[in-house]
Write a protein that binds this ligand. Structure first.
Ligand code: UD1
Length: 417
């Protein structure tokens, strides 16, 4: 098991190139199951979640080949299996997209119950409600979700809450269905638009992605083609917050600045200087940060996936900040680790009060999930002394070459195997 070791109290300066979006990649790979022909996916992030999904579709019969580190050619026409029940499947959240894709293609799917980061209960009732509305029967036996349908027929589906996963999964199941499916109260995240763009490029008829009503007119088949994945909004935000927290000056490149609006407006509010270009944002620390209030919300609100990294940055602010986590009911478990470093954080239900401190001190930490792991890296970069972070596998699930990118910015970070 590897650990990260960080020698902190370093100002990070330089340029960083952001990889393709993890949350788009983990949906687009399963989406290729629906395609008859060869798909070439470019700008795929080189992360563990992508490797697991690639293995999963190979084990179902697809033929895949990496043309380079970030370009994968997939021929899914040879897929013959509609089940994915291996233990690695149940360890990741995004394996739920195999349900929608297999259902769309075979009218049958058997997939292990999804796992992933533990933020309290993460039900998939809205996914199931959507599949049922399209005409599927669903049973859960021995932690395996079993779905079958004679026909899938388009209908109107209103999501009880805004769900990224349910929105994409219903799109996947509906692209080859008969008639038109309308998803109301849909999620609007950039990766939802990206998955819809991918499917449309392969011949689907989806309109409205990026708004809260998405209409999917069923087509008889999807054809192959090339697709380039959007940049990762959360990786970009993580590096922007690294600049703010380490009193640094980082140019975050290869991004879509509009995707970062909720973060850029907060950073400006707390005193960070930002320079925006067409595909970059330069983040410059010039003065002590000021405290603020944040509530996490579905896009275009402040993303829950940047909540831990923002919290660590606010430890560098003057005064007391608050963050209300409104998406997940238990996403502050990592705070206990930060307390080992001298952080003064009070949790009251879904609200964290964060008091700025003069100094954080290096400590031995354990990553509790992917984004919390990223937040611990930021804390380690800021802290005096040495920080170690255990459970790096969580971080590897979603950040490509994290040590390499940080080292290029001047960080002293090493992996110990
Ligand atoms: C996705 C992202 C994750 C991000 C989250 C919120 C992927 C692979 N993961 O997760 O990184 O943190 O969006 O932006 O893209 N809910 C239900 N029933 C459902 C579905 C969701 O009650 O059927 C609830 C969830 O428990 C949560 C909220 O709705 O409270 C939002 O969840 P959702 O948007 O579905 O998140 P995920 O798809 O799991």
């Amino acid at each position: 098991m590897s650990k990260l070791c960080i020698q902190g109290d370093t100002r990070l300066v330089g340029d960083v190139k952001i990889s393709g979006a993890k949350n788009a990649a983990v949906a687009i790979l399963p989406a290729t199951i629906l395609v008859e022909g060869i798909t070439i996916i470019e700008n795929l992030p080189n992360i563990n979640d992508v490797a697991i999904l690639n293995e999963a579709i190979i084990s179902m019969g697809a033929v895949t080949k990496f043309l380079d580190l970030h370009t994968l050619e997939i021929d899914a026409t040879t897929i013959y299996k509609y089940s994915a029940t291996e233990p690695c499947i149940s360890k990741m959240r995004a394996s739920y997209y195999l349900l929608g894709a297999l259902l769309g293609r075979f009218k049958k799917a058997e997939v292990a119950m999804p796992g992933g980061c533990d933020f309290g209960g993460r039900p998939i009732d809205q996914h199931i409600k959507g599949f049922r509305a399209l005409g599927a029967n669903i049973e859960i036996e021995d932690n395996i979700i079993k779905i079958n349908a004679d026909r899938l027929i388009g209908t109107r589906i209103y999501l009880d809450m805004v769900s990224v996963g349910a929105t994409i999964n219903i799109m996947l199941a509906a692209v080859l269905a008969e008639g038109t499916t309308t998803i109301e109260n849909a999620a609007k995240e950039p990766h939802i638009v990206d998955v819809a763009n991918f499917l449309n490029k392969m011949g689907a008829k989806i309109i409205g992605a990026g708004t809260d009503v998405i209409r999917i007119k069923g087509v008889s088949k999807l054809h192959g083609g090339h697709y380039n994945i959007v940049p990762d909004q959360i990786e970009a935000g993580t590096f922007m917050l690294i600049a703010a927290a380490t009193k640094g000056d980082i140019c975050v490149r290869n991004i879509i600045p509009e995707h970062m609006d909720s973060l850029t407006s907060k950073l400006r509010e707390i005193g960070v200087t930002l320079i925006e270009g067409d595909d970059y944002i330069r983040v410059i620390w010039k003065q002590k940060l000021t405290a603020t209030q944040i509530i996490t919300l579905p896009y275009p609100g402040f993303p829950t996936d940047l909540q831990p990294q923002m919290l660590v940055s606010l430890l560098q602010a003057q005064g007391v900040s608050t963050i209300v986590e409104s998406i997940f009911d238990n996403r502050f478990q990592y705070v206990d680790e930060l307390r080992k470093m001298g952080a003064n954080i009070t949790i009251d239900g879904t609200k964290a009060s964060i008091e700025g401190v003069d100094t954080l001190y290096g400590a031995n930490l354990v990553a509790t999930d992917l984004r919390a792991g990223a937040a611990m890296i930021i804390a380690g970069l800021v802290a005096k002394g040495t920080t170690t972070i255990d459970n790096v596998r969580y971080i590897d699930r979603g950040y490509e070459d994290i040590e390499k990118k940080l080292t290029a910015l001047g960080a002293q970070i090493f992996r110990i195997d």
